[in-house]
Ligand binder design. Structure first.
Ligand SMILES: Nc1ncnc2c1ncn2[C@@H]1O[C@H](COP(=O)(O)OP(=O)(O)OP(=O)(O)O)[C@@H](O)[C@H]1O
Ligand SMILES: [Mg+2]
Length: 278
């Protein structure tokens, strides 16, 4: 997040459009039974460098919403703007990591990342591209596995390759759609920590969908909680106050953590959820 301290910087910023704006966006799918309103009039402004998590029940429209940021789907009404420019299609300024890795199975980890870098930066020299690929594989701890193909990698390693591939393009926005949903708890925690470290090093704004409230509380600056569909909207936005760098154990000792956790569970599941966790 930007911290503006001088009057000059403030007046300069006043002339700039917000970094990322989801502006009165609705998504309606035509179906044989008539129009299905999935998202109804959603607005959200995201600051540069922010880490946003989106939570909500299955099918409420989280992927649909972030796909409109990535440019894979178009809003029926409203628009998404990145630095004032309307998003109409996918672009290297917005990279996506999905739950299912989407790596080319016949290419090594190194080649998967190299192909993406080469596609976006064809004019860079081979040495520069190699350097970018190596740097990002190192960043996610995959030096040793660079020459392995996806079939020889664990789920966590495959997801590391996907993250390295997305970041090697130097996007402004990283969209993560349940990236750790298929991983075991320990691998998931490791990757969350790596993701935070990388986010601290790269200037990247993150929008991440998760079903895991603890994950959202550990990672996010703000948690966007969506109402149930049809015609889903943003129900509440929770500010996560814990200072960074975050220490999971320390954070979980903070009584405030459980207040926020219960608040989120209460929003999602109603008061019965509280009985389950207490
Ligand atoms: N191309 C489409 N045509 C019609 N309906 C669609 C289409 N794509 C998605 N939907 C519907 O839109 C709704 C939202 O889907 P979406 O995948 O965005 O939900 P989600 O919140 O990401 O769910 P999950 O948590 O299960 O991933 C669902 O009811 C889905 O059936
Ligand atoms: Mg989804």
């Amino acid at each position: 997040m930007q911290i503006l301290s001088t009057p000059d910087a403030q007046s300069l910023a006043a002339d700039l459009p917000p970094f990322l704006e989801i502006d009165r966006v609705s998504k309606i799918y035509p179906t044989p039974k008539g129009d299905a309103v999935v998202l109804d009039d959603i607005s959200l402004t995201v600051n540069e460098g922010e880490f946003i998590c989106v939570i909500g029940h299955s099918g409420c429209g989280k992927s649909t919403l972030l796909d409109m940021v990535s440019g894979f789907r178009e809003p029926t009404r409203g628009e998404v703007r990145l630095q004032g420019k309307r998003v109409t299609r996918p672009g290297p300024d917005r990279m996506v990591v999905f739950q299912n890795y989407s790596l080319l199975p016949w290419k090594t980890a190194y080649e998967n990342v190299y192909l993406a870098v080469n596609a976006v930066y064809p004019d860079k020299s081979k040495a520069e591209k190699t350097e970018i690929v190596r740097k990002h594989l190192t960043m996610v701890g995959l030096d040793e596995a660079a020459n392995k193909k996806p079939g020889q990698l664990s789920g966590g390693m495959k997801q590391r390759v996907s993250i390295a591939r997305a970041l090697a393009i130097y996007p402004q926005v990283l969209v993560l759609d349940e990236p750790f949903g298929a991983l075991d708890a320990i691998t998931k925690e490791e990757l969350q920590e790596e993701l935070l470290k990388i986010w601290g090093q790269h200037t990247v704004t993150v929008l991440m969908i998760t079903h895991d409230i603890d994950e959202a509380l550990f990672l996010a600056d703000r948690i966007v909680m969506m109402t149930n569909g049809p015609a889903a909207n943003i129900g509440e936005i929770m500010e996560v106050p814990f200072s960074r760098p975050r220490d999971r154990a320390q954070m979980m000792e903070d009584p405030h953590y459980y207040t926020l956790r219960n608040q989120a569970l209460d929003f999602l599941y109603g008061r019965f959820a509280l009985a389950d966790v207490e």
